[in-house]
Design a binder for this molecule. Structure first.
Ligand code: VG1
Ligand code: CO
Length: 554
């Protein structure tokens, strides 16, 4: 049992170490500057509510470039700050949901998650660091603000003189009273999934429908090993059911964001090979997309349907649904399910950290965001693989009454019963910050002018115009400026936000929603085209940003 000494290394603050929607995300080159990563990790450790001494932390990430170097730095800083134990995924690999699960299961103090999620990776792309609390969820704003404040004043960090740890071997190493435990990245997560879902039901379904083709695209992100174990080893599906299943440092040169634009390889194969069920997840495994031949499950619909079919999942069947929640821009499809079931619906700002308090208080079972994020209170992060198994469970369940059931049958049945909330998001990525800020200022002037309420624009009448503000019902904390929303008399909405996860320039997000009770067969872009036109006219987006078309349409 080797011992070590701790050195006080002097440093100077770096500007802009302010965590965004989900941790600190910057270019790798920024993190590689001398002491940049050390400063932020030291600030994170110092901001742990009960202090770092004696803490147990879960550490892992999505396999991207700079992960291994960052972990070695974290090991030295953790020991230097008298952390008692680090539990690290083998080769540094842990999906975000797996890390959340481990924090809860091990009753750890918290976790340091190394990911920039859906942002591209590699030496010229992004890296990210995020702190999660003892409930397994992202740190709330009070803690991220504290981290930021510390980074603005930091003058030194505590570094232990430890050698690089071997992360490839499972096992425990001790240095005096500091322990490093390297664990299998997948085992605990598989156990959790088997507790939640009925794997026998799924296996039987695949036996009855041997023609039912599944294709899961891990986009070279972290979920490859998880999917392989669950789909191939546990459910017995053929190897050809997974693609891009080995994590790579630059995600195969791609953009590991599961949407129709960046997951085009999957989309093409699903159409060409008549795949019944196609799915993709993002770099760190917390997002999901579900498609089929000729079918697309909009994420806002996805969470509503999972809630509607909760009885197909033993975890919910046993405990019942305590409540439902969505982020503000997410469509109101789930609101209708909550109403029908007679349970409460919460509307929170964008970012998973806002769901945690509701779940801890036993007020929310299922929640989701329009940005391909779906999850439940089994952990405190959104969970891509979970959502995909949830959808397989819905299909298996529905096939008991309709043996040939497909994704579109399930969607259409839902729309016929509840009506349809047409929803689309336009992203304008990496636009000039100045133009984006001017556009937001222009919109702010619109909502501040109260005479606009009641005004008719095209065929819509403004019923409400504001900047979304949220008061957490559990701890009373207030989050302001969470997105400009203009709500019309018929319930249609347009929303504008600037992204808090980008690392370069600004990303404008425009969200559009329109509800129809009867017509549910119109193609989405056609159904919402008048609202898009209205939103572009009102915001003068093209004028302010110089962008005629969005980078991504969902
Ligand atoms: C985006 C999404 C948001 C999501 C966040 C983190 O944030 O809109 O819904 O919670 O990414 O997801 P923003 O601020 O860029 O709109 V992940 O998978 O990148 O951790
Ligand atoms: Co993610």
């Amino acid at each position: 049992m080797a011992s070590f000494s701790i050195k006080e290394v002097s440093t100077k603050p770096f500007e802009g170490q302010k965590p965004g929607t989900s941790g600190l995300r910057k270019r790798v080159k920024v993190f590689q500057q001398e002491n940049y990563t050390e400063n932020f990790v030291q600030a994170t450790l110092s901001a742990i509510p009960d202090g770092p001494a004696g803490a147990t932390l879960i550490v892992g990430g999505d396999g991207r470039y700079f992960l291994k170097e960052a972990i070695q730095k974290i090991i030295r800083l953790a020991a230097g700050n008298r952390v008692s134990k680090l539990v690290i995924g083998q080769n540094g690999i842990l999906s975000t949901p797996a890390a959340s699960n481990l924090i809860r299961k091990r009753k750890a103090t918290g976790g340091i998650l190394l990911t920039a999620s859906h942002n591209p990776g590699g030496p010229d792309n992004d890296f990210g660091i995020k702190y999660n609390m003892n409930n397994g969820g992202p740190a709330p704003e009070s803690v991220t603000e504290r981290i930021y404040q510390i980074t603005t004043k930091i003058s030194s960090f505590h570094n232990a003189d430890l050698p690089d740890a071997d992360l490839s071997k499972i096992g425990t190493t001790k240095f005096a009273d500091f322990t490093i435990e390297v664990i299998d990245s997948v085992d605990d997560y598989v156990i959790l999934m088997k507790e939640i879902f009925d794997f026998e039901l799924l296996k039987n379904f695949f036996k009855k429908r041997p023609d039912f083709k599944v294709l899961f695209d891990s986009m070279h992100g972290v979920t490859g090993p998880y999917n392989h174990r669950l789909l191939v080893t546990e459910l017995g599906l053929p190897e050809s059911s997974v693609m891009n299943a080995s994590p790579s440092e630059d995600f195969g040169g791609g953009h590991p964001d599961p949407n129709l634009t960046y997951a085009h390889d999957l989309v093409e194969r699903v159409e060409a090979e008549n795949i019944d069920f196609g799915a993709a997840s993002d770099g760190d495994g917390d997002r999901n997309m579900i498609i089929g031949k000729g079918a697309f499950v909009n994420p806002s619909d996805s969470v509503a349907l999972i809630a509607a079919y909760a009885d197909a999942i033993p975890y919910f069947k046993k405990a019942g649904l305590k409540g439902l929640a969505r982020s503000m821009p997410t469509s109101g499809a789930i609101d209708r399910v909550a109403k029908k079931k007679g349970i409460q619906l919460f509307e929170v700002p964008t970012g998973w950290k806002f769901f945690g308090n509701l779940m801890d208080a036993g007020k929310c079972s299922i929640c989701g965001e329009e940005s391909f994020g779906t999850g439940s209170d089994h952990i405190r992060e959104k969970d891509g693989v979970w959502a995909i198994i949830a959808w397989l469970s819905i299909i298996a369940f529905a096939s008991e009454t309709n043996p040939k059931v497909g994704l579109n049958d399930i969607l259409n049945k839902h729309y016929a019963e509840y009506g349809r909330n047409y929803f689309s998001r336009y992203d304008y990525e990496e636009v000039d910050s100045e133009g984006a800020n001017k556009m937001m200022a222009h919109l702010t002037a619109f909502i501040n002018d109260k005479s606009n309420v009641g005004k008719k624009i095209d065929s819509y009448e403004v019923a409400q115009a504001d900047n979304f503000e949220y008061t957490d019902p559990i701890d009373g904390s207030v989050s302001k400026n969470q997105g400009i929303r203009i709500i019309f008399k018929d319930g249609s909405r347009i929303i504008f936000r600037l992204s808090g996860t980008g690392s370069q320039g600004a990303t404008v997000r425009l969200y559009v929603e329109k509800y129809t009770a009867k017509d549910y067969t119109t193609e989405t872009q056609t159904a919402i085209q008048d609202l898009i036109k209205l939103a572009l006219d009102l915001s003068k987006l093209v004028e302010f940003t110089g962008r005629k078309t969005p980078t991504v349409i969902t």
